[in-house]
Write a protein that binds this ligand. Structure first.
Ligand code: GSH
Length: 348
């Protein structure tokens, strides 16, 4: 994209961030590629954690634009919209939409862009000012960063077989219903922190109220209206299954099946790492997944799999994961008895 157009899209999107202290902040200024990458993200966002851990792991400097992705109410009870729903941010994100993707307008509990389409109101979004690209979808963003930095510390190996193994794991994490598990009320195994459960009781109503208000305000912009319409349809469908026991059981079971497959793949691996002789992007993605599941009290899903637990300890010993996944979760989400900086890598 033309640089003037790109810079204008980015600076308009920055304006969606209410507190300017969270916008345009340089992270790791002594890292590589200074001035090249701009990231819109959220501390608590699972998909943003993958991207930030990748940036840290690769030693990349970037401009951070941290968004608040949950709506709230002020003292008078007025709705304070989540920043990622702002029309200017939606425009930026849509400029990175691939023609093969539709808009995500239904709900499966999964947020994979390749399986569900684009959610134009979500984070993360990466801008590569060197190539003029807007990249949406955490999987594609991480692959882009790794290839852009190159060198000998690649997180995606070049050998065909290893590379395929890594992509199979990235897709497995992408297709795990993390959002469904975060938002949903499981009928008899809900171990989420109480404050999180309380927030989740009203989260869909707040999302939908925000979207209705913004759709009316931007009714003259067809691309933005189309994005809001799809999002309203997706979130309405999400609300419908939030307390649906059959749906909640099914996504829990699907998550367990992913972990059973991970356990099997770890058994096949000849090294401590999952896919090759050294750390790969698959290990970073699984670290984010396992930390999120643990935060939600779902390490019970792998309590009969000591290999997965040993792997959890290995991947959570990485500095990038400790800072951008564990640290960010603790700093931005209600506290969980299952995850603290001290206990993160210790036993159940
Ligand atoms: N698969 C997409 C998913 C993006 C996504 O669903 N992001 C979530 C946070 S992990 C989000 O922004 N949620 C806020 C909302 O939908 O209101 C990606 O990896 O980028």
């Amino acid at each position: 994209m033309d640089h003037t157009e790109l810079n204008s899209l980015v600076s308009n999107a920055r304006a969606c961030i209410v507190d300017s202290k969270r916008a345009g902040v340089m992270r790791f200024s002594d890292g590589t590629e200074k001035g090249r990458f701009v990231l819109f993200h959220a501390a608590m966002s699972f998909c943003s954690q993958k991207v930030r851990a990748t940036l840290v792991q690769r030693g990349v400097s970037y401009e951070s634009n941290e968004m608040l992705i949950l709506a709230s109410r002020d003292r008078e009870g007025n709705l304070v919209a989540a920043e990622n729903y702002g029309a200017e941010y939606v425009r930026l994100r849509r400029s990175g939409q691939l023609s093969c993707w539709g808009m995500a307008d239904s709900y499966s509990g999964i947020s994979s862009v390749s399986l569900c389409g684009l959610d134009a109101c979500a984070v993360p979004t990466l801008i590569d000012l060197k190539t003029g690209e807007v990249i949406v979808d955490s999987l594609r963003i991480c692959v882009h960063i790794d290839a852009a930095i190159g060198g000998s510390e690649l997180l995606i190996p070049t050998a065909d077989q290893d590379r395929q193994r890594v992509f199979r794991q990235l897709e497995a994490v992408d297709a795990t219903p993390h959002p469904g598990i975060l938002y949903g009320f499981h009928p008899h195994g809900d171990r989420r922190p109480q404050a999180l459960r309380d927030a989740m009781r009203t989260v869909y109503d707040e999302k939908l109220e925000t979207l209705a208000m913004l759709s009316a305000r931007h009714s003259a912009d067809p691309a933005v209206v189309e994005a809001y319409r799809a999002k309203i349809s997706k979130e309405t469908a999400g609300r419908a299954v939030q307390h649906d026991a059959v749906f909640q059981e099914a996504i829990r079971k699907a998550t367990r099946e992913r972990l059973v497959q991970l356990n099997f793949d770890l058994q096949q691996s000849t090294t401590d790492w999952l896919c090759s002789n050294s750390l790969s992007l698959a290990d970073i993605f699984w670290a984010v997944s396992l930390v999120r599941l643990r935060y939600l009290g779902l390490m019970v899903l792998w309590e009969d799999m000591p290999l997965v637990e040993a792997y959890y300890r290995l991947v959570t010993s990485l500095q990038s994961v400790r800072e951008e996944v564990i640290g960010a979760t603790i700093a931005s989400m209600p506290s969980s008895m299952y995850l603290s900086s001290e206990t993160a890598a210790s036993s159940f």
